[in-house]
Design a protein around this ligand. Structure first.
Ligand code: PLP
Length: 450
C-alpha cells in the first residue's frame, strides 16, 4: 500500500470552538452577534470567533489564521496591534480612561481633522451613527427646514430617519426600512437612486424650499464600492447651495481610508467644492469607538453650548480613543496609502484574472484604495445594479476563500479592506486561494443554468 497523504481537517473539525462559542452567544445575544454584519446569515455557516490579531492576520478560537480583508470594516488602516498605536494607547490608559472634562488628545485630533479636510470645526462622538444623526439635527436646526434627501444603498448608520426605503415613486417620501421605525420618522426623508442627477433635480424642483440637507456617502461602500460618477459630488454640492440646503458628505467609511484626505481629497479638492458638513469615523478612531462630525464654522456654531442645537455625549472625545485615532492618523503617511494602493492593485488584477478564467461574470470597482468585486456582468452605478448580483456565486467564493485562510466580508454588498500591514506573505495567501474560489463560484452558475 502507498503511504496516504495527511488529510486536511474538515471545516467542522477546524471550527469546534467557534461553533461552541456561537451556540453560547446565540443564547444570550440575538443571532449570536453584536452587529448583524458579523453574522454569516447571508452566506451561511458560523462566524469565526477571533481571539487575537496581528498585522494583516486574524487568529480564531480554534487557532486558525486568516488574512484579514475586513480590517474591522475599515478602521485598521495600519493593521492590527500596530506597535506605536499600542504603545500610545497603553500610555494613555495608564493616565486614566475617562475624565468627563476636556483633554489634550481631543484638541490635537480635532486639529488633525481640520488640517486634513475642509471642515472648520469638529465635534467628537462615539460612533458613525451618532455622527450622522447629529449632523442631520444640526442641518435641520441651522436651516429651519425638515426634509432630508438620501440615496438608496447608502448606509449612514442605524439612524431612524435614515433607515428608509424609497416610497412608491420618485420624489415621494420614504417608508420605514425596518420594523420599529415609525412612519413619522421617515415621512420627511426622500430616497433617490444614486448617481441619478435627473432624480436629484426633480426632488429639488418640487421640495427644494423644505430640504434641510442632502446626505450621501462620499463614495458608497455599503452596496459594494460604487464610485460617484465624475462631477456627481460637485453637482450635489451645487444643487444644495442653490436651494439653501446643506450638503452633508458622509466620510465615516472613506475618510482617511481611500486617501490621506478621504474621498474629498479625490474629488472635492480637485473639482474645487466643499461640503457644508462632513461625518467621520472608523480610521480616525484607530480601532476604538470614536467618530466626529464637522463643517462650516457658522453651521457648527449653532451647536450647544455656542448655539441652540443640543448635542452631547458622556464618552465623546474619550482620551484613549482619541489617542488611538491621533496616533493612527499621524502614522498614515503617503507611504501607507501607496502601499495599500499597490496591494489593492495586485489583488484586484488577480481576482479579475481568476474569475475571468473560471467564466464568472464580475466587475471590480474602486475608489482610491477601497475596492470590491461585484458578481454581476455590468458596471454598478446604483443600488438596483448592486442588487442584480448573483449572490450564490459570492457565497461559494466566500467559503472557498475562508477555507483557504482568507476572511472576506460575509456579504456581497461590502468593500474589501486592506492595511499597510498586508505584506507579501498575506497577499500571496490571498492570490493562492483565488483560483479555487473562482471555480467554486463558477460551479454555482452551472448549477443555476436552466
Ligand atoms: N456611515 C457610513 C458610510 C458607514 O459605513 C457606517 C458604518 O459602516 C456608518 C455611517 C455608521 O457607523 P457606526 O457603525 O460606527 O455607527
Amino acid at each position: 500500500m502507498t503511504s496516504s497523504q495527511p488529510t486536511r481537517p474538515s471545516t467542522a473539525e477546524r471550527t469546534v470552538r467557534s461553533r461552541d462559542l456561537f451556540d453560547r452567544a446565540s443564547v444570550v445575544t440575538p443571532g449570536g452577534v453584536n452587529s448583524p454584519v458579523r453574522a454569516f446569515n447571508a452566506v451561511g455557516g458560523t462566524p469565526r470567533f477571533i481571539t487575537s490579531a496581528q498585522g494583516a492576520w486574524l487568529t480564531d478560537a480554534d487557532g486558525n489564521e486568516y488574512v484579514d480583508l475586513i480590517c474591522s470594516w475599515g478602521p485598521m488602516l495600519l493593521g492590527h496591534a500596530h506597535p506605536e498605536v499600542q504603545a500610545a494607547v497603553v500610555e494613555a490608559v495608564s493616565r486614566g480612561t475617562s475624565y468627563g472634562t476636556p483633554t489634550v488628545p481631543e484638541v490635537e485630533l480635532a486639529e488633525e481633522l481640520v488640517a486634513r479636510t475642509p471642515v472648520d470645526q469638529v465635534r467628537f462622538v462615539s460612533s458613525g451613527t451618532e455622527a450622522t444623526m447629529s449632523a442631520i439635527r444640526l442641518a435641520r436646526g441651522f436651516t429651519g427646514r425638515d426634509v432630508v434627501v438620501k440615496f438608496a444603498g447608502c448606509y449612514h448608520g442605524h439612524v431612524d430617519s435614515l433607515l428608509a426605503s424609497a416610497g412608491s415613486g420618485l420624489a415621494t417620501f420614504a417608508v420605514p426600512g425596518t420594523p420599529g421605525v415609525p412612519e413619522s420618522s421617515t415621512a420627511l426623508t426622500l430616497v433617490l437612486p444614486y448617481n441619478d442627477r435627473a432624480a436629484v433635480d426633480r426632488v429639488f424642483a418640487e421640495h427644494g424650499d423644505r430640504i434641510a440637507c442632502l446626505i450621501t456617502e462620499a463614495a458608497p461602500g455599503n452596496m459594494g464600492v460604487v464610485p460617484p460618477e465624475p462631477g456627481f459630488n460637485a453637482f450635489l454640492a451645487d444643487t444644495c447651495t442653490r436651494h439653501g440646503a446643506l450638503f452633508v458628505s458622509d466620510e465615516v467609511m472613506t475618510g482617511f481610508r481611500v486617501s490621506r484626505q478621504g474621498q474629498w481629497g479625490l474629488d472635492g479638492a480637485v473639482e474645487g467644492w466643499r461640503p457644508d458638513l462632513m461625518t467621520f469615523g472608523k480610521v480616525m478612531g484607530g480601532g476604538f469607538p470614536a467618530a466626529a462630525f464637522g463643517g462650516r464654522a457658522d453651521v457648527m456654531g449653532q451647536l450647544s453650548p455656542t448655539g441652540p442645537v443640543y448635542q452631547a455625549g458622556t464618552l465623546s472625545g474619550n482620551p484613549v480613543a482619541t489617542t488611538a485615532g491621533l496616533t493612527t492618523l499621524r502614522l498614515a503617511t503617503d507611504e501607507v496609502y501607496d502601499h495599500i494602493t499597490g496591494a489593492g492593485e495586485t489583488l484586484k488584477a488577480a481576482a479579475a484574472e481568476a474569475l475571468t478564467a473560471a467564466g464568472v461574470p464580475h466587475v471590480v470597482q474602486s475608489t482610491g484604495t477601497m475596492f470590491s468585486v461585484l458578481f454581476t456582468d455590468r458596471p454598478v452605478r446604483d443600488f438596483a445594479g448592486a442588487s442584480a448580483q448573483h449572490l450564490p456565486a459570492y457565497t461559494a467564493f466566500f467559503h472557498a476563500m475562508l477555507d483557504r485562510g482568507v476572511y472576506l466580508p460575509p456579504s456581497a454588498f461590502e468593500a474589501w479592506f486592506l492595511s499597510s500591514a498586508h505584506d507579501d506573505r498575506a497577499i500571496e495567501t490571498v492570490l493562492a486561494a483565488l483560483p479555487a474560489a473562482a471555480r467554486a463560484a463558477a460551479a454555482t452558475q452551472e448549477g443555476d443554468v436552466g
